[in-house]
Design a protein. Structure first.
Lengths: 206, 302
């Protein structure tokens, strides 16, 4: 009993964190989230990966650290949850359960908080560049982020879809990358998880 | 009951709450004054609990819309605290003077997204702090816009129905085509009788042209061609002044059975040997025969 208690405590801790995010109103059919939820979360996770080389590996570690293994037991599940994004090439037509979506929110917010300083630096740099009318390609760190985001996006999203055709253009994709960076900033706040969670169910993926 | 000050300090925004605690506990229970410092403001915004409540509510709503739709949308444009987008990442905050302690003029300033975030974060920290104004807290419940979704789906379906009915009405105006047998079939059908109609053409050639010839192998056809050539070549003695060509049918022995001129008559036809060579028998093949005025003879498959 003594050896099992820490894991049991951890699991309940994770469950507690999930409960902080309330059920949407009205409750969704069969407790499944609409596809837009998976789409938005996946794009934000893509932005985190573009910010941080280790982002993809970190995700599974964060799942363990936040004691969410009961919801996301392994890497394959994590990949399947991300492939529920309808814009993906490998779209699997799944719908996330509320707890799966909550777990992804918590992981994303954790990763974003780790990157708070970097996110603020990049956004400040972007503001300054815009004030002086300078293209963001002249800022190495920003250019790096946008370039990695473009690569990830084009590799994983289905660009044959009519809605995504505009993202064959680098500038349009850079704008999307910067928009997602602004969204990540709001995830770093004290109520980041609640705010992100409450915003997921309305609006469109893109 | 003691005076308390809570300060939430962010890089671009500082929020200071002054008040006193309830007799029972140490939490800040009653707000006397709030101060909010933002870049671009000469004087901090000072006000009471109403300013704090309106400001935090407007900012919170604005940010939620921004997060949902990835573009800013105006919130409470006519309210005491208004936030409207100036551009994609610039936001205009307006505060009515009646909420401000010492303000005769409304506050208006443009915030960048980072400044807006700091203002939101200062409020969020206060709202999440159990030691500060327990009634002032974050209340965020996700809402699924079901009605909006239904109407969004109804629009394309409605457009489809309208288009379909319009197309159906337009097509109904077009008369349905009558089904008639092809003209050739109707005309040839009665003339299948064995007595072939004689041609009114006053040509020396018989008019009843055989239309269907038996299929022949290439070698057989070449053999007939050579025989025909030899026969005409041997018989043609008299020269002509203009080229003349004919379609010539032959029998299985390569002898001329019928012929018909392909050029307008010149009066020199009797000089040619075709009429003399004519034999009887069923035609098996047809050829083009050209008599050149140079004296050359050409025979080719028709």
């Amino acid at each position: 009993m003594m050896t099992q208690s820490p894991t049991a405590d951890q699991a309940s801790e994770g469950a507690l964190a999930l409960q902080l995010l309330p059920d949407p109103e009205p409750p969704p059919a069969q407790g499944l989230c609409p596809p837009v939820v998976a789409g938005k979360l996946d794009l934000l996770l893509l932005a985190v990966e573009a910010l941080d080389f280790t982002g993809a590996e970190m995700m599974m570690m964060v799942v363990k650290e936040l004691a969410l293994v009961s919801v996301i037991p392994n890497r394959v599940t994590l990949w399947q949850l991300r492939a529920a994004n309808p814009l993906r090439r490998a779209y699997n037509r799944r719908l996330l359960t509320l707890d799966q979506a909550r777990a992804l929110v918590l992981v994303l917010v954790y990763l974003a908080k780790r990157l708070t300083i970097l996110i603020r630096q990049l956004l400040l740099a972007d503001e300054q560049l815009q004030q002086h009318g300078v293209d963001l390609r002249h800022h190495p760190r920003l250019d790096d982020y946008c370039q990695r985001f473009r690569t990830h996006f084009r590799k994983r999203m289905n660009l044959h879809r009519e809605r995504l055709q505009i993202y064959r253009d680098d500038d349009r994709l850079n704008l999307l990358a910067m928009d997602l960076l602004h969204q990540l900033l709001f995830c770093t706040g004290t109520c980041g998880a609640q705010r992100l969670w409450a915003s997921l169910f309305s609006g469109d993926v893109l | 009951m003691s005076a308390l000050v809570r300060e939430y300090r962010l890089p671009h925004c500082t929020l200071i709450l002054e008040g006193f605690s309830a007799p029972a506990g140490g939490a800040l229970a009653v707000l006397i004054q709030m101060e909010c410092y933002l870049p671009g403001l000469e004087q901090p915004m000072r006000g009471g609990s109403e300013l704090l409540e309106q400001l935090s509510r407007t900012v919170s709503e604005y940010v939620q819309l921004f997060l949902s739709h990835r573009e800013p949308r105006p919130v409470q444009p006519a309210g005491p605290v208004a936030l409207e987008p100036v551009s994609h990442h610039h936001h205009r905050l307006r505060v009515h003077p009646e909420l401000l302690q010492d303000g005769r003029e409304p506050v208006q300033l443009d915030l960048t997204t980072i400044q807006l975030f700091d203002l939101l974060e200062a409020c969020d920290q206060g709202m999440s702090d159990p030691q500060t104004l327990p009634d002032w807290h974050v209340n965020l419940v996700p809402r699924i816009p079901r009605t909006v979704k239904l109407s969004q789906q109804a629009v394309p379906a409605g457009v489809g129905l309208v288009t379909l009915s319009a197309a159906a009405m337009a097509l109904a105006l077009i008369p349905a085509p009558k089904i008639e047998p092809p003209r050739e079939l109707r005309e040839t059908a009665p003339s299948v009788s064995p007595t072939a109609t004689p041609s009114p053409q006053p040509s020396p050639t018989p008019a009843a042209k055989p239309t269907a010839l038996p299929p022949l192998s290439t070698t057989e056809r070449s053999r007939l061609l050579i025989r025909l050539y030899d026969a005409i070549d041997a018989a043609w003695k008299e020269p002509i002044s203009q080229d003349l060509s004919f379609r010539v049918w032959v029998n299985a022995q390569g002898q001329v059975v019928q012929f018909t001129p392909l050029d307008p008559p010149t009066g020199e036809e009797p000089r040619l040997p075709l009429a003399k060579l004519r034999q009887s028998g069923p035609p098996v093949a047809d050829f083009r025969v050209v008599f050149r005025r140079s004296g050359a003879l050409e025979v080719s498959p028709y």
